[in-house]
Design a protein around this ligand. Structure first.
Ligand code: ARG
Length: 466
């Protein structure tokens, strides 16, 4: 290749280069294909930076004004689809700066004074992830309200509670719904907490060491809604722990969604029939006319794979990186974008599905009484009424369960004589604890399944979310 055939050197940083990059280098190096999603954050950051440069006398007021107005023109070009993103300009930062300079001339060349793309991308990405934390909190709040509405409607409906997916003890529908409210409430606090921690502004760390220009980092931090500037320039440009926190919180949240999704898949089968999912969240089969498939639930069960994949990917990118910025870190964005999109869609879909599902009260009640679900109540009664040690009561109850099983009946169907064959002091009163309604009503311990407890927790959550 002769000198004249070499690709032209980059217009933004090509001073020391005799030629431009190989086409394949451009392809692997450029991030504009995805980081254009940061355009609004990039423009907000540059506008704050320009205002600060003027306030500190580093550039003139008229240059700052030209920059700030020119950036608004760029913003409207991008938002109206009239902006040409150029791969040869690598990323969103150089694309916007280049276009700004085309629009406002020399003033545009001054916007990069006292900063670097390293602190620029750090601030842009933080702003973006911060917005996603807010979106996650809002999405979770809506979903919690959907679960609370279900809990309120069925605060005293009985259903089987499971361990090992075997019937364990009767619980209330409201209580089961509230279990998810608790999980989602912790998810919500994780996003809020991560947001608080990430809310420090890295802008002004410059390439890595800070800058000799008399910048005012407190001013830019305040203008961008941060609590304060970050306190170490090396850390500012080199950590992505805020993104890792967002991904980790997303992965935990998606795990919770996946668990309820699995319950919906099971509960909507012909074998269970605990819930009817609405037509809005199910699909039909192209060959089997009777089918109503819980596709949304199945997809929500699966989405965690993608979100956890993104989480693992970014941890893997970040581990072992020496300080400070390395280009490896450009691999942060696609993972976070995809995980955030997936999470927001998942929260919206789950909210719709939970709002529209119909619990089958009668089926739940019948199932609640199956599988000797009140055996623990019987054992507890033997302790309370007959003063037996619990271990002995457990054994006697076990014998009665075995007897009922051999007869093909349930515990309340045993005669008093049969009961007394296990312990002679058992009397008629025992039947009062074998009903599932009595069972759940008796579980009055704090956080227990009794309808009164459920209603108290619903009220607490409603006040907390108001
Ligand atoms: N596109 C880059 C990224 O996403 C921006 C920072 C580039 N900095 C640099 N020194 N090349 O990480």
């Amino acid at each position: 290749m002769t000198q004249s055939e070499k690709p032209a050197a980059n217009t933004m940083w090509g001073g020391r280069f005799a030629s431009g990059p190989d086409a394949i280098m451009t392809a692997i190096n450029a991030s504009i294909g995805f980081d254009q999603r940061l355009y609004a954050q990039d423009i907000a950051g540059s506008r704050a930076h320009a205002a600060m440069l003027a306030a500190t006398g580093i550039i003139t007021d008229s240059d700052a004004q030209a920059i700030r107005e020119g950036l608004l023109t760029v913003l409207s070009e991008i938002e109206s689809g009239n902006f040409t993103f150029r791969t040869d300009l690598e990323d969103i930062h150089l694309n916007i700066e280049s276009r700004l300079t085309e629009i406002v001339g020399d003033a545009g060349k001054r916007v990069h004074t006292g900063r670097s793309r390293n602190d620029q991308v750090a601030v842009d990405f933080r702003l973006w992830v911060r917005d996603q934390c807010d979106a996650a909190v809002a999405g979770l709040t809506a979903l919690m309200h959907a679960f609370l509405a279900q809990a309120e409607a069925g605060a005293d409906w009985v259903m089987p509670g499971f361990t090992h997916l075997q019937v364990a003890q009767p619980v209330t529908w409201g209580h089961h719904m509230l279990a998810y409210v608790e999980m989602l409430g912790r998810d919500r606090s994780r996003f809020a907490d991560a947001r608080r921690r990430m809310n420090e502004c890295p802008l002004g760390a410059a390439a890595l060491a800070g800058t000799g220009f008399p910048i005012d980092r407190h001013m830019t931090a305040a203008a961008l809604g941060f609590d304060r500037p970050t306190a170490n320039s090396l850390d500012s440009v080199s950590d992505r722990d805020f993104a890792l926190e967002f991904l980790s919180a997303s992965a935990i949240c998606a795990t919770h969604l996946s668990r309820f999704a699995e319950e919906l898949v099971i509960w909507s089968t012909a074998q269970f029939r605990f819930v009817k999912l609405s037509d809005k969240w199910t699909t039909g089969s192209s060959i089997m006319p009777q089918k109503k498939n819980p596709d949304a639930a199945e997809l929500l069960r699966a989405k965690i794979g993608r979100i956890l994949g993104a989480t693992v990917a970014l941890f893997t990118v970040m581990k072992g990186l020496p300080l400070t910025y390395s280009k490896d870190m450009q691999e942060d964005k696609e993972q976070v974008f995809d995980a955030a999109d997936t999470l927001m869609l998942s929260l919206a879909a789950m909210t719709g599905m939970v709002s529209d599902m119909t619990a089958q009260k009668d089926t739940l009640k019948t199932a609640a009484a199956s599988g000797f679900s009140t055996a623990t109540d019987l054992a507890d009664w033997l302790v309370r009424a007959l003063g037996l040690p619990f271990r002995e009561a457990h054994h006697i109850t076990g014998r009665l369960v075995a007897l009922a099983e051999s007869k093909g009946c349930d515990l309340p169907d045993l005669t008093l004589a049969e009961m007394q064959s296990a312990h002679p002091n058992i009397n008629q009163e025992v039947y009062s604890v074998l009903g599932v309604e009595n069972s759940v009503r008796s579980r009055q311990s704090y956080g227990g399944t009794a309808p009164d407890q459920v209603r108290a927790q619903i009220a607490r959550w409603k006040a907390a979310l108001a």
